[in-house]
Design a binder for this molecule. Structure first.
Ligand SMILES: Nc1ncnc2c1ncn2[C@@H]1O[C@H](COP(=O)(O)OP(=O)(O)OP(=O)(O)O)[C@@H](O)[C@H]1O
Length: 278
């Protein structure tokens, strides 16, 4: 496996002097090609700042980010981001197909017909064939977020960043979108870095879970997820490995980074921790 993303000693400080605020502090990790890595951390710990630095939207005040070996100094062309708020990221005056095609306009090597073909293909990947002629506001919230995912995938990004992508939809839709994302990722070998504050979601979706501390964010643990690639909302969440890992992540988050207590062998870990962090 080759390394897609390399984050080395990354720090970011907003402001200077007495008003300085360190949002992320000396983060080092890699994301391998074809991996779905989840970052979980408390609200306000610096997750969005980290994603902004990785996507080249802001320049880190320390350390560096490389994408397939190239140092990130601006927004890389082969990186796509999906945000939480689909209602603000889709253009309401464009049809679904035009929204998905929109970022492809800057790919000069693609003809109009190829752009359209790619848009239709990406819409079929997210189980939305046949809605290309509708407007976003004619679709449910979950469908609109699938359009946002299709728009990101149509660009065939080397890295897909997702910032709390399912936080604005109801629980049932969230489960459907989680399953959709995993199936798309497995089918297309996409490399994804997803940020969430939901412990269960991080374990259910991830091949790996990176646990962040309270602000300023530092990495408390980098945990492999020992679950099969094909997951199921009921049986996976009931499995011993899932329950044990979610307990470990919760203890790390609530303990602020202390070493986790291991559940006794053969017994499921305590599942009373809340799934999300305030
Ligand atoms: N532009 C900015 N200027 C100054 N401080 C900022 C700026 N953006 C974020 N911060 C501060 O940096 C810290 C981390 O913010 P950030 O949005 O990265 O956290 P987060 O983990 O994504 O939060 P949430 O989970 O609530 O979305 C917070 O204390 C925030 O107030």
């Amino acid at each position: 496996m080759s390394t897609m993303l390399n984050v080395t000693g990354l720090s970011h400080r907003y402001g200077s002097g007495e008003n300085a605020h360190v949002a992320v502090n000396d983060l080092t990790f890699v994301v391998e090609t074809g991996e779905l890595a989840c970052i979980v951390g408390p609200s306000g710990c610096g997750k969005s700042t980290l994603l902004r630095c990785i996507s080249g939207l802001i320049e880190p005040t320390g350390g560096e980010v490389t994408l397939h070996g190239d140092r990130v100094t601006g927004v890389p062309e082969d990186l796509a981001v999906v945000f939480q708020d689909y209602s603000r990221s889709l253009f309401p005056w464009l049809t679904v197909r035009q929204n998905v095609e929109f970022p492809l306009r800057w790919k000069r090597n693609l003809s109009r017909a190829e752009r359209r073909e790619r848009a239709e293909e990406a819409l079929s990947w997210v189980n939305l064939p046949g809605v290309g002629g509708k407007y976003p506001w004619q679709l449910s919230g979950g469908m609109q977020q699938r359009v946002s995912i299709a728009r990101a995938l149509a660009r065939r990004p080397a890295l897909l960043l997702m910032d709390e992508p399912f936080a604005s939809v109801d629980a049932q839709t969230r489960f459907e979108l989680e399953d959709l994302l995993r199936s798309v990722q497995v089918a297309h070998g996409s490399t994804i870095l997803l940020v969430t504050h939901d412990i269960d979601e991080s374990v259910y979706l991830g091949d790996r879970v990176l646990v962040l501390s309270k602000s300023p964010a530092r990495i408390v643990a980098d945990l492999p997820v020992d679950l099969p690639p094909e997951r199921d909302q009921i049986t996976t969440r009931e499995s011993k490995n899932f329950v044990s890992l979610r307990g470990e992540v919760a203890r790390l988050l609530h303990g602020g980074g202390d070493a986790p207590e291991q559940a006794p062998t053969g017994e499921p870990a305590d599942t009373t921790e809340p799934s999300t962090l305030a």
